[in-house]
Design a protein around this ligand. Sequence first.
Ligand SMILES: *[C@@H]1O[C@H](CO)[C@@H](O)[C@H](O)[C@H]1NC(C)=O
Ligand SMILES: *[C@@H]1O[C@H](CO)[C@@H](O)[C@H](O)[C@H]1NC(C)=O
Ligand SMILES: *[C@@H]1O[C@H](CO)[C@@H](O)[C@H](O)[C@H]1NC(C)=O
Ligand SMILES: *[C@@H]1O[C@H](CO)[C@@H](O)[C@H](O)[C@H]1NC(C)=O
Ligand SMILES: *[C@@H]1O[C@H](CO)[C@@H](O)[C@H](O)[C@H]1NC(C)=O
Ligand SMILES: *[C@@H]1O[C@H](CO)[C@@H](O)[C@H](O)[C@H]1NC(C)=O
Ligand SMILES: *[C@@H]1O[C@H](CO)[C@@H](O)[C@H](O)[C@H]1NC(C)=O
Length: 569
Amino acid sequence: MDFRKLFLCSSLLVLHFAFSSSKDTITINQTIHDGDFLISRENNFALGFFSPGSSRFRYLGIWYRKVREQTVVWVANRDDPINGSSGVLSIDQYGNLVLHSYHNLKVPVWSTNVSVEATDTCVVAQLLDTGNLVLFDDRSKSTVWESFDHPTDTMLPGMKLGLDRRTGMNRFLISWRSAADPGTGNFSLQINPQAFIYWGTKYIWRGIPWPWKSYADIFNASFVNNQNETYAAYSVSDASVILRVMLDYSRLVKNLIWHEKDGKWNEFRSTPKSPCDPYGHCGTYGICDPHFFSRRFECDYLPGYEPKSLREWNILKDASGGCVRKRLESTSSCGHGDGFVKVANVKVPDTSAAVWVSTNMSPRDCEKNCMRNFSCSAYASIDIAEKETGCLTWYGKLMDTVHNREEGYDIYVRVDAIELAEIAQKWNGFLKRKDMLAILVVSVVSAWFVVILFAYLWLKKKKKRVRNKWNKRWLDTIGCAYYNETSVENQVEGSMSHPEIAFFNLSTILAATDSFSPSNKLGQGGFGMVYKGKLFNGTEVAVKRLSKDSGQGVDEFKNEVLLIAKLQH
Ligand SMILES: *[C@@H]1O[C@H](CO)[C@@H](O)[C@H](O)[C@H]1NC(C)=O
Ligand SMILES: *[C@@H]1O[C@H](CO)[C@@H](O)[C@H](O)[C@H]1NC(C)=O
Ligand SMILES: *[C@@H]1O[C@H](CO)[C@@H](O)[C@H](O)[C@H]1NC(C)=O
Ligand SMILES: *[C@@H]1O[C@H](CO)[C@@H](O)[C@H](O)[C@H]1NC(C)=O
Ligand SMILES: *[C@@H]1O[C@H](CO)[C@@H](O)[C@H](O)[C@H]1NC(C)=O
Ligand SMILES: *[C@@H]1O[C@H](CO)[C@@H](O)[C@H](O)[C@H]1NC(C)=O
Ligand SMILES: *[C@@H]1O[C@H](CO)[C@@H](O)[C@H](O)[C@H]1NC(C)=O
């Protein structure tokens, strides 16, 4: 043994102890037995042996000192419990932290297993106030090992989850098996570089990809992705707040705050809980709406796409089959009249299939970039930290898109010219519906026969003008920069003549049903009232009217109309 080295080391240790009031370190030749503790300097965390829940086994772990309910944030021997109170923690002659059981002093139950300089007796293990247990060389102060690099199921403030490319180390959370068993469970939370909850090797949930919107909140999340490392971390701006993020054995990622007053952890956020949280719940090119209160199905599809199987989608309410393009690429004149339709405020689709073109590019250039490449299916122009505007483009399938008003961004989905025209027409339908509603309200209040007559005459004159005006404005707002004004208008008119469907205007319907007279009511369906009517030529018809309260959209209504039309053949 090198005595000079030993002397230097010992004197450093003496110094160390002179400055620390409570024992937060162990050095070579010191041991922690079951019943002993290390306490961090500010009394935030303790390290020692514990038995979780009803378990009779002993584990070495770290828990909060200031939280009454014992809350373990890290476990050393999670898969190798110790039988009885025979555990002992020490630093071995190679400078590794080792955990032994009296029953077997030769083979450690657990070890930090780092290769440090042989016979290095100068390493010290210290429990920090962040909850991190660090093993460091007391001379150079360089860290040899730290528990933050080997998390169990809890992410503490200051901890990094993700990949360090320089060392090849990937840090992620793995759930416990149960409340009484901290062993390696079935769920893990990994950053690659989106946050995913894995169930075995399959992911079941995806977090909102970076960049995250920041709020005036005590919870400050950060994300770093460069050539050296990719990680997510968070800090808490108020040091007196005890906050943790953990992956529960029931697969939930929970954000918890300790409420001293009530003596319990308050769960302020946990996921996956909403029907839209499971990964790809609405399939490829689907979009999920977690606030679907009155609608019957949370799944919808992105513009330009339709369900692969209408039966599965509409009747079985199973969207897992996903959607396909309404028209094959070959039938639309590729690249001619293509455009983009804005889908506002969504958790953007899985960015595994996306590319950051640039972190500083104007929305217009971003659109051009996507337009240039035929396999580009969507783009998003996203403000990064209110400084720059990034351009994110997707190639191929769009997965796991979810409406999210608070934390979402707008995406622009690529559609062909026919779809653009159809959307313009749908907008007309929407206006019609609005006008009709206005008429109805007025008519109830006043002498409605007269009013309807006047309003109807007025409408007939006005609608044509308004429609054209709205057409233009709508197409401008949906980011359709590529359409040729005259051709789109022609297509709008053109698509009013569907080969299998006869179109009637509202005045004909009003006349046929005696202005939707209650006496002509036949019944009520999922979309609203059904009326009996008689056309001018005497043909009896049933009139289905889309009610605003039905919760069904114009889309579904249109689908149903098409379905009925097909059934008749
Ligand atoms: C550790 O213990 C061994 C044997 O008891 C002793 O030789 C050595 O000097 C001790 N080391 C320190 C740093 O106290
Ligand atoms: C634990 O120890 C008890 C008594 O010391 C013994 O009966 C039991 O079999 C041991 N269990 C295991 C799993 O080693
Ligand atoms: C220690 O690490 C080596 C390689 O770094 C590995 O082969 C070995 O299995 C590890 N031992 C334990 C007990 O984890
Ligand atoms: C983990 O998954 C397997 C296979 O699905 C299951 O048999 C086992 O019970 C699960 N374990 C826990 C702790 O949930
Ligand atoms: C959030 O964290 C980042 C990086 O750690 C830091 O630069 C920033 O100042 C923090 N913001 C707040 C409000 O604490
Ligand atoms: C990556 O690591 C190298 C060497 O450790 C360092 O010089 C470089 O600045 C790091 N780059 C970033 C972006 O942190
Ligand atoms: C389109 O983008 C994909 C993915 O980035 C790329 O592989 C392909 O070469 C691009 N095609 C053209 C024509 O630029």
